[in-house]
Each structure stands twice: as structure tokens, then as C-alpha cells.
Design a protein around this ligand. Structure first.
Ligand code: PLP
Length: 408
């Protein structure tokens, strides 16, 4: 990959060529064509979708629906009717959880794992509190992977939901989703399998038909797209199971004083004016990632991960502890670490202040994982994307030496 050339796609690097951005797990940077597409909407055909009879509204609707097609193609969905636009992964997962409220009974159980982001943990916990269903949190192994047999041990004839992340935003673990789903289906074909793909989509090819998941959620802002756009994929008949979290404009068929009938999915789940510019620009983001091969993205990220892990080991030995699988074939994106007993927030602040390096510090919205499994209050996290290079890691090492000097 020609990183110098790739960096030219991002105005943020053109404006500040000293920036070292190592926080793509939080949000990826936005390439110029995506920003241009947002501006194009506001500057040249600004109108609401699916309601105007004039040319700009027709154009806006067409652009909006083309994005739905593009997302469907990107994840190999059967049809664009299986794609619902939301505001993010969190909104997608909450839409599913709320939508299933009346399908869950006291006798059911809901299974998730100890490595989930709060967005794929709290909605299920709350759903179980509301319905009386048992909430089961499958443990993970010391090396940050899932033991499939232990996970399956939590699935029984009463399991209604399994909610699982594809890639952990803290440990970087890539879960063998296809294998897990296949085994879950054998044990209980009625379990609805929900995949949080927020950290997977920009690193791995995601094929919902091959995975055979019932629902899948992700955010466009982690995939070179704008903030405020989320994707909720569901097999058509599984989307139809969901009661709408929001009701109101454009999702209705008929309204009287006493009752309302809803449109078919996906419109049934898209009440109100959506993020038209964001959805439209999402197509550019997909075109952007499609300008790379996933094989090439993965090779690049593995090279960076290995270089980072080796450099950490060489420079700091046991003073720096990395969490998650040792084998880079089993991990993607994120490397979380603790460094001596320095607080991750101090590390992040010094790296920013002295070196213009952006990393994440804290619990990364995964409190149960930090406190119950890793046994630490917080970690520092670096994460990579197509615009990162080994030079960034060299600067990070230099920065961590500064941290050592300042914090002793
Ligand atoms: N799930 C995972 C694994 C994440 O990493 C994130 C965000 O970091 C989310 C869900 C939530 O995404 P959003 O904040 O875009 O809704």
C-alpha cells in the first residue's frame, strides 16, 4: 500500500502532516470524496426524501436508496429491503432489542459474552430485566478468545437471543462467527443470532449470507463514512419480527384516531427524517473501501500489528502489557495495553501534548471486560487503518519514552 498517496485522500493530514492518528476503532478518518458528497447534497439538491414531488426531492430519494443498495451489496445481503438506516450501531442494536420486547418471555434466556461493547451488552441486559428472561454472560478465555464449547454450554432450548461481537474493540479478538452460528443453529435453530460488526466491517469481508446471522449491526463512521449513520441488517422475515422503536412520519400506511398500520420493512423501522446527507455519502465510503482489496487491508494491518507488538516488546519488555490474543491471525484493529502503573489517561494526554499522537484511554465502553476479566480499571488503546504506517509506531514508541521520562 502506498500510504503517502492514501494520506492525500484525507484533508486532515494535508492540513496537519504531524498528526499520528491511532484511534480508528473509535472513528475512522473521513476521505475527501465522502465529505464532498455531504456538501453536494446540501449545496445542490437539498430536499427531504420520500415525500416531495419535485426534482430535488426525487434526486435525494434516489441517492438515498442507491446507498441502501450499495450497503446491501457490500455485506452480500439478499436484497436492499434487508437494510435499515439508523443513527449507529448502538441505535441498530437497541432497535432490535426493543423490537423483540414482546417476543421474549420469562422462560427464555438471552446470551452474550464478557467481551462485548456496552452497546451489545446493556440493551440485552435491560431486555432481560424488562421481560424476566435470564441474562447469561458467557465467559472468555485468559488469552481473550472465546471457547466455543463454553459458549455453547450457555445455549439451550430456551435461548432466544445470542448477541455476539465479530471483533472485540478492546482485545482485537476476531471471533469465528460462521463456525459459532453453525453450531448454535444445530443446538437450537430458534435462537436469534445478532452480530455486532462495528469493528469488523473496515477490516474483514463480511458476508451475511455466509455467516447466516439473523441480524447484524455497524456504524458508517468506523468505515470511512459520516457519523450519525448506522446499519441494521436483518433477514427479511427477522426484520418483520421487530416492532418499531420509533413511530411517526413516513413509516405509516394509514392513521386514524384509534389505530395505525405500518409500512413494510425497512421503511417501518425508519420513522422521521433520516440523515439524508450521511446516508447518501455512505455510498462514497463503501466505494472508498472497495477501492482496496480486503486481502490487502488485512495484510497491511497484520504487518502493523506485528511491528507494534514487536516494538513494544523490544523497547519496554514486561513493563508494557498487551491484552488479547498473541497470535495476530486471531486479532484485528485494536491493541490495548497498560504501561507500568501509569494511568492510561496520562499516557494519552502526554502522547497528544508532546507528539500529536491520538490514542484512546479508558474502558472503551467495555466495563465488565475491564473490571471482571482483565482486572484493570482502564487501558490505553491504539488502532490502525489504511492510512497508518510503521513510522506512526516509531513515533508512538518515542512518545512512550517521553511518558516514561515525565511520569518516571
Ligand atoms: N460495538 C463495538 C464493538 C464498538 O466498538 C462500538 C463503538 O466503538 C459500538 C458497538 C458502538 O458504535 P456507535 O457508537 O457508532 O453506535
Amino acid at each position: 500500500m502506498n500510504i503517502a498517496k492514501i494520506k492525500q485522500d484525507y484533508d486532515i493530514f494535508v492540513r496537519d502532516d504531524t498528526l499520528v492518528y491511532l484511534d480508528s476503532c473509535a472513528t475512522s478518518l473521513t476521505p475527501r470524496p465522502v465529505v464532498a458528497k455531504i456538501l453536494e447534497y446540501y449545496n445542490s439538491y437539498n430536499a427531504n426524501v420520500a415525500r416531495g414531488a419535485y426534482r430535488n426531492s426525487t434526486k435525494a430519494t434516489r441517492e438515498y436508496e442507491l446507498s441502501r443498495k450499495s450497503v446491501a451489496n457490500f455485506i452480500y445481503a439478499d436484497s436492499s429491503d434487508e437494510i435499515v438506516f439508523t443513527s449507529g450501531t448502538t441505535a441498530s442494536l437497541n432497535t432490535i432489542a426493543y423490537g423483540l420486547l414482546n417476543s421474549i418471555k420469562k422462560t427464555h434466556n438471552i446470551v452474550t459474552t464478557a467481551m462485548e461493547h456496552h452497546a451489545n451488552f446493556v440493551p440485552w441486559q435491560q431486555l432481560s430485566i424488562k421481560t424476566g428472561a435470564e441474562f447469561r454472560v458467557a465467559p472468555i478465555e485468559k488469552d481473550g478468545t472465546i471457547n466455543i464449547d463454553k459458549l455453547l454450554g450457555n445455549i439451550d432450548e430456551n435461548t432466544k437471543i445470542l448477541a455476539l461481537t465479530f471483533v472485540s474493540n478492546v482485545l482485537g479478538t476476531i471471533n469465528p462467527i460462521a463456525e459459532i452460528i453453525q453450531k448454535v443453529r444445530k443446538k437450537n435453530p430458534n435462537t436469534l443470532v445478532i452480530i455486532d460488526a462495528a469493528q469488523a466491517v473496515s477490516h474483514l469481508l463480511v458476508d451475511v449470507q455466509k455467516l447466516d446471522c439473523d441480524y447484524l449491526a455497524f456504524s458508517m463512521h468506523k468505515l470511512f463514512g459520516p457519523t450519525g449513520v448506522g446499519i441494521l441488517y436483518g433477514k427479511k422475515e427477522k426484520l418483520e419480527l421487530l416492532e418499531p422503536l420509533f413511530t411517526g412520519g413516513e413509516m405509516i400506511e394509514e392513521v386514524t384516531d384509534t389505530c395505525t398500520t405500518f409500512r413494510e420493512v425497512p421503511q417501518k423501522l425508519e420513522a422521521g427524517t433520516p440523515n439524508i446527507a450521511g446516508v447518501t455519502a455512505s455510498r462514497e465510503a463503501i466505494d472508498y473501501i472497495n477501492s482496496f482489496l480486503f486481502r490487502e487491508i488485512r495484510m497491511h494491518e497484520k504487518e502493523l500489528m506485528q511491528y507494534c507488538i514487536d516494538s513494544f516488546q523490544k523497547e519496554f519488555g514486561n513493563a508494557l502489557k498487551i491484552y488479547g490474543p498473541k497470535d495476530i491471525n486471531k486479532r484485528s484493529g485494536a491493541i490495548s495495553f497498560t504501561f507500568k502503573n501509569h494511568h492510561p489517561h496520562d499516557i494519552a494526554t502526554i502522547l497528544d501534548d508532546k507528539m500529536n499522537i491520538a490514542i484512546r484511554a479508558g474502558q472503551h465502553c467495555a466495563m465488565p471486560l475491564h473490571t471482571d476479566v482483565l482486572g484493570v480499571n482502564a487501558t490505553a488503546r491504539v488502532s490502525f487503518s489504511v492510512y497508518n504506517e510503521k513510522k506512526d509506531i516509531d513515533k508512538l514508541i518515542e512518545g512512550l519514552k517521553e511518558v516514561e521520562k515525565i511520569l518516571l
